[in-house]
Design a binder for this molecule. Structure first.
Ligand code: CAO
Length: 420
């Protein structure tokens, strides 16, 4: 009998550490190879960690929310399988990769991993929650809706401070108003309520700050007259609705972006770590910023250059459903060569998206509006789509950004150019 470590898995090429989320098995439990033991998260996805050998979970060393380096132990398993392992877990091999899989449908109730954890935080019995996700998947919102009223979940009216609380759950949290503290000096001026960031918010915040401070950003704005394209899109969209999906402007923007990336390859590149060479990518995997209740996630659609508008539209719908259900895999969220962030469904006239490092640029799309356009003789109504390209000024200069964005607009103004 010997003890082998269950370690933080490496879920993407760039991952160096992960967040431990929740135990699915307890200390002393007998486990078989392939059993899901716990859930962890990278900065991009939640994953289940499977047991590599059969044995007994002898020691659990990770705690919820703890940041743990890839290859460091989460737990130890007492096993008699050492003959077969042939020294695989010796000290010389401390970072054996554990198997991590996207959230599964195993077990009595399918639930997003974070929903299980939220259920335990809110003391909700997950077996009593009705899942609103695909195939009855229980989401965080389902759990929060099933939670009893508390001041912090907005179902009661008492203002609250976020609880680092050792206080029993039955006690209402202290109102923050009259008690300013170093963490909340604003309470000196009036009533406040403190609420925790989502886990994605906590993790992506530092990554966004690092990107914003380490990349010299500039944003270039352009407009495309999509009057004709939108009429064409609406026809496709009506037909697609019968088929259960939508055709939005985004699919056309992706196709046009690939065409522009081919014409201006530097925009589809990354700097080498030393910063003195460019890696030009000959593949076109486009990241899509998706707004979810847990925060922003950026899955990638692979090989956009090889897909048609209808296939892309289907894939966009399917990917955004999986992102919102918390069912993205590690593969889904890596490998993008350029990212598109569309706020067109919400509003705005322009914005300055932050480059998804180590990519060279990101395209922001705002809401199309009818505006007067001069045709040489008259002002005529035209549907104008605002485009905002933020770029890494070390790779792309202003003239290249202007050419790239003008080319993109030109393609969208007459989509037949896409097939040339
Ligand atoms: N102009 C006008 N209308 C637009 C539009 C645009 N540019 N883009 C979409 N719309 C319309 C759609 O046609 C649809 O309209 P109807 O339902 O009335 O026909 C509606 O807006 C909803 O579209 P959608 O947002 O659901 O679909 P999408 O394909 O455009 O986008 C997705 C999908 C996943 C990208 C989007 O839902 C999303 O999450 N966007 C947020 C991304 C984000 O937060 N970015 C900010 C990050 S900071 O860089």
């Amino acid at each position: 009998m010997r003890e082998v470590p269950l370690v933080m898995p490496k879920m993407s090429m760039t991952m160096t550490e992960g967040t431990f989320l929740v135990w699915r098995r307890g200390e002393g439990d007998t486990v078989a190879a392939g059993d899901v033991v716990c859930e962890v998260a990278s900065d991009k996805v939640d994953m289940e960690v499977e047991c590599p050998v059969e044995g007994t979970l002898s020691r659990l060393v990770a705690n919820p929310d703890q940041i743990i380096a890839v290859g460091d132990p989460l737990a130890f398993i007492a096993t008699e399988a050492d003959d077969m392992l042939e020294g695989l877990f010796d000290d010389a091999h401390p970072a054996v990769e554990q198997v991590a899989t996207p959230p599964s449908r195993r077990g009595p109730r399918p639930a997003v991993p974070y929903a299980r954890r939220r259920a335990s935080e809110l003391r909700v019995d997950i077996d009593t929650v009705t899942g609103s996700g695909t195939n009855g998947l229980i989401t965080v919102a389902d759990v929060e809706a099933a939670a009893p009223p508390t001041p912090s979940n907005g179902k009661a009216h008492v203002p609250s401070v976020a609880a680092p609380s050792a206080a029993p759950p039955s006690l209402p949290p202290e109102p923050a108003g009259p008690h300013p503290s170093p963490d909340n000096p604003f309470a000196a001026f009036g009533e406040t309520a403190v609420e925790p960031l989502t886990r994605i918010g906590r993790i992506s915040g530092p990554a966004l700050a690092a990107s914003w401070t380490s990349i010299p950003h500039v944003t270039h704005h352009e407009k495309a007259d999509i009057t004709e394209l939108d009429a064409y899109r609406r026809g496709l969209d009506n037909a697609a609705r019968d088929d259960g999906h939508r055709v939005t402007m985004l699919a056309f923007v992706l196709k046009a972006a690939v065409s522009a990336l081919k014409a201006f390859p530097k925009v589809n590149s990354s700097l080498t770590p030393t910063g003195d060479e460019l890696i030009l990518k000959k593949y076109y995997h486009l990241g899509i910023a998706v707004d979810t209740e847990q925060g922003l996630v950026v899955p990638a659609i692979r090989d956009v250059d090889r897909k048609g508008i209808i296939d892309l539209s289907r894939e966009l719908s399917e990917l955004s459903v999986r992102a919102r259900d918390g069912r993205l895999s590690a593969d889904d969220v890596q490998g993008a060569s350029f990212t598109v962030s569309s706020l067109g469904g919400i509003g705005g006239t322009a914005f300055t998206p932050i480059v998804n490092s180590p990519e060279a640029a990101i395209l922001g799309v705002s809401r199309a509006r009818i505006e007067p356009s001069w045709n040489g003789e008259d002002f005529v109504p035209a549907l104008q789509l605002p485009l905002s390209l933020s770029y890494d000024h070390r790779i792309v200069d202003g003239a290249l950004a202007a050419r790239f964005t003008a080319h993109l607009a030109h393609l969208l103004e007459d989509v037949r150019r896409l097939i040339l």
